[in-house]
Write a protein that binds this ligand. Structure first.
Ligand code: BT5
Length: 312
């Protein structure tokens, strides 16, 4: 959003201010104020223009200016009504040198999960890919995935959903006391770098927000199905703010993750590229690896697919 528009919104956010007063405080003409107010209304900002002046009464829109306005985290937004994959777009921006951008779409037509699995992204969801250039070693990259899971779960909990985390990257809603769940959100992190330094990181977050469960794969759920529709603009802002807090305090990530984990204490089967493990998930390490107590002792798994098993 351009600086003039942002300044106008800030001026009229807390009550009516007359057009001439806005013009004077910003050092622009009254005609310029009218023009900018028109543009803001077109972008979905609800601005009343009574006898006492202009007042911002609501933000119904879900687009780049709407998400950027009032966002208390240093991300700019690259919004698309429909796109193939926000992760692909984010990768392009990352390759061009971008940082701290959130690519956001209402709908994706070619989105993917891990290992090139399909990801369903109908209109109404929150499909977001964050471009970062953190100055850390690649070994710490998984902390950003865990941070995204915590941020997503926290935002979903604020929206009234009993969101928990399944190792390593799923935000789920429990359906019983035995580790059963439905998947609410998934995370796909991609990166480029050298052994000792990340060049860029793209953290792709897919949340089934205002989507009918019938439009999703079986065993998935949505915020709509759990708690009713959410204001997506406010939801994305909360998610980005929580994520920003965690990425600037990486030590806080694993403790926060543990608090929300559904996997700890569960009997699990973890599929690794070459074998599988069965046992009880007892902890996560400081780098986010899962510690499983098997019949043959403790094993630590840094990547894989994890299934919760019914207690024996
Ligand atoms: C994931 O993969 O969970 C990561 C999903 C990441 C999606 C985001 S959306 C924004 C960004 N842009 C992209 O193109 N991707 C990212 P994984 O753990 O591999 O889980 C994939 C599996 O989840 C699929 O095989 C399905 O079984 C299931 N699935 C597909 N779509 C789903 C949905 N919308 N909700 C819940 N489960 C789904």
């Amino acid at each position: 959003m351009n600086e003039t528009r942002r300044a106008i919104l800030e001026a009229i956010a807390d009550g009516p201010v007359s057009g001439p007063d806005v013009a004077e405080s910003l050092g622009i003409s009254r005609a310029a104020v009218w023009k900018q107010i028109d543009g803001l209304r077109e972008a979905g900002f609800e601005i009343e223009g009574g006898s006492t002046g202009y007042e911002l009464t609501g933000v119904a829109a879900y687009n780049a200016p709407a998400v950027e306005f009032g966002l208390e985290a240093p991300f700019s937004i690259d919004y698309h009504q429909s796109i193939g994959s926000t992760n692909d777009r984010a990768r392009e921006l990352a390759t061009d040198g971008a940082s701290d951008v959130g690519v956001l779409a209402d709908e994706q037509t070619g989105s993917r999960g891990r290992l090139k699995r399909e990801w369903t992204s109908p209109s109404g969801g929150v499909w977001l890919s964050i471009v970062l250039r953190p100055e850390v070693a690649p070994a710490r990259a998984s902390l950003y995935t865990l941070a995204a899971a915590v941020a997503t779960a926290r935002a979903a909990r604020e929206a009234g959903v009993d969101a928990r985390i399944k190792w390593p990257n799923d935000v789920v809603v429990p359906v019983d006391d035995e580790g059963g769940y439905r998947k609410l959100a998934g995370i796909l992190t991609e990166m480029e770098g050298e052994t000792d330094r990340i060049a860029w990181l793209v953290v792709g977050i897919g949340v089934n927000a205002n989507v009918d469960a019938g439009a999703l794969p079986a065993e998935a759920t949505s915020i709509r199905a759990e708690a009713g529709d959410v204001d997506r603009r406010a939801f994305v802002q909360r998610l980005l703010e929580e994520f920003d807090d965690l990425r600037t305090d990486l030590e806080a990530v694993v403790p926060a993750w543990r608090e929300l984990a559904l996997t700890l204490g569960q009997r699990v089967r973890v599929e690794r590229p070459t074998d599988e493990l069965v046992g009880e998930a007892v902890d996560v390490t400081d780098s986010g690896a899962l510690v499983v107590e098997t019949d043959d002792g403790r094993e630590t798994v840094s990547a894989g697919d994890c299934e919760h098993l019914r207690p024996t």
